[in-house]
Design a protein around this ligand. Structure first.
Ligand SMILES: Nc1nc2c(ncn2[C@@H]2O[C@H](COP(=O)(O)OP(=O)(O)OP(=O)(O)O)[C@@H](O)[C@H]2O)c(=O)[nH]1
Length: 306
């Protein structure tokens, strides 16, 4: 470990890539550290489809979190290939790689991420999450041994993103490995994502939560209107794109009830996020086979990974 005293007077700023297979708790971890929701979470895997930059600032450092989409073995659909490429590219040019695993479950997908990580450059930190679920905390030890045998980590933390266990210690460690430098973003920024993007993500989150197992990621959301009127009311029109008409019917629900509930839930969080009264309109449209068409994906804004 580096002696922290030598850093005392200098401000640090840099990038931390958050890596891990879907559903291990990456978004929960980032949201907890930032103290606000910037990345959507759900019980189903693969909700993080976009790279979200979360920004943490305190008196001595600014951490720029790059939240990566899941890495998968199954690359059959374009959208999966796209997500894999995005995840790999976010490993390059960062100061610290933060590998998040679920302390209760190790899978082939974890193995795949670990394999990619072992070839990457930069400081590496392992966060073994969901330890709150283990009756006997020592159960994580063989898990940690298995992982660290395959890849050298500069620090290892068992903890819980949901309960905030060990996150202060993690943050302190991440900060000390950032290069010296001034703030990249103003101190009150928590993301560089646009308000439109945040609005779309909120709708998508409510959609996923409401649909249970039915439509994992064959739907997407476009924001067609995002406008304040002269009374300060924000009008947002969201277009939900699905692959088949059956899916459209499911989303709309009996007598439009499900769509109404999705809209109500999204609107409440939007009002808090944008600090304004919100009028939200939602539409559902069928766009056949969009997930298999990489060009269509790009036209929908999935081309912003560098
Ligand atoms: N018990 C427990 N559950 C957790 C913890 N961290 C996350 N979860 C739950 O695990 C599920 C997945 O969490 P996410 O943060 O969405 O996972 P993710 O890795 O960002 O997933 P993708 O977006 O699919 O890549 C959610 O239901 C979380 O509430 C934890 O520390 N303890």
């Amino acid at each position: 470990m580096t002696d922290k005293s030598e850093y005392k007077d200098s401000f640090r700023c840099g990038y931390v890539a958050v890596l891990g297979r879907p559903n291990v708790g990456k978004s929960t971890l980032m949201n907890h550290i930032l103290g606000q929701k910037v990345s959507i979470t759900s019980r189903k895997p693969q909700t993080t489809r976009h790279r979200v930059l979360g920004i943490y600032t305190d008196d001595d450092a600014q951490i720029l979190f790059v939240d990566t989409p899941g890495i998968h073995r199954k690359e059959a659909r374009s959208i999966n290939r796209y997500m894999n490429r995005a995840a790999s590219s976010s490993m390059a040019d960062v100061d610290v790689l933060l590998f998040v695993v679920d302390g209760t479950q190790w899978t082939d997908d974890d193995e795949l991420v670990l394999e990619k990580l072992s070839h990457a450059k930069g400081k590496k930190v392992l966060f073994v999450n969901k330890v709150d679920k283990l009756a006997d905390k020592e159960e994580v030890l063989p898990h940690i041994a298995h992982i660290t045998e395959q890849c050298d980590f500069d620090a290892v933390f068992p903890g819980s993103a949901l309960r905030g266990h060990n996150l202060d210690e993690l943050t302190k460690t991440l900060k000390q490995w950032l290069p010296e430098g001034d703030l990249f973003y103003p101190e009150d920024y928590i993301t560089d994502r646009s308000e439109r993007f945040m609005a779309a993500e909120l709708i998508r989150e409510k959609l996923m939560r409401s649909l249970g197992e039915e439509i994992p990621y064959s739907s997407t959301v476009e924001i067609e209107q995002f406008k304040f009127n002269d009374k300060g009311i924000l009008t947002i029109s969201g277009l939900i794109l699905v692959e088949r008409s059956g899916q459209k019917a499911i989303i709309i629900g009996k007598g439009g009830q499900r769509l109404k509930q999705i809209g109500r839930d999204a609107r409440i969080e939007m009002e808090e996020l944008f600090d304004s009264k919100v009028f939200l309109e939602l539409w559902v449209k069928v766009k056949d086979g969009w997930a298999d068409d990489e060009r269509a994906l790009k036209s929908l804004g999935y081309d912003d990974y560098r």
